[in-house]
Design a protein around this ligand. Structure first.
Ligand code: RB5
Length: 148
């Protein structure tokens, strides 16, 4: 199950990603927003991030205008490793080396075709583990040291 979220600037791309996931037979849960009315990206980032860390959803995809604000907000939730990216190489490497569990896209940055190609590349890739796991473990330690 993939958690989806967006603000107003990402709404139309989120809807396109839903259609794309349906075609691929991948289940998703849409946490909003549900229209292109002005919305705060941080609210939807938090909903999707919580769904991922709780285990309700395996991974999340977020969309705002740039992918930046919504990824920053998602990364505030312990256990989230969100990547804002607009190219397939970064999406793939973020899975292999960084074990990202949230992909953030910019609805004003990437076109529908590139966005769904990035989604496919990211969904299909696995974490390599090994030496990369040590670095992820260090990131988890940083989270612990900075949790009140
Ligand atoms: C909304 O105008 C825009 O600021 C937001 O979608 C996002 O791009 C922020 O990072």
């Amino acid at each position: 199950m993939i958690a989806l979220g967006s603000d107003h600037a990402g709404f139309h791309l989120k809807e396109e990603i839903k259609r794309h996931l349906e075609k691929r037979g991948i289940e998703y849960k849409d946490f909003g927003s549900y229209s292109d009315a002005r919305a705060n990206y941080a609210e939807y980032a938090e909903k999707v991030a919580n769904a991922v860390v709780s285990g309700e959803c395996e991974r999340g995809i977020l969309v705002c205008g740039t992918g930046i604000g919504i990824s920053i907000a998602a990364n505030k939730v312990n256990g989230i490793r969100a990547v804002a990216c607009s190219d397939c190489y970064s999406a793939i490497m973020s899975r292999r080396h960084n074990d990202t569990n949230v992909l953030a896209l910019g609805g004003r940055v990437v076109g529908m075709g590139l966005a769904t190609t990035i989604v496919d590349a990211w969904l299909n890739e696995e974490f390599e583990g090994g030496r990369h796991k040590e670095r992820i473990d260090y990131i988890k330690d940083i989270e612990k040291r900075n949790t009140n």
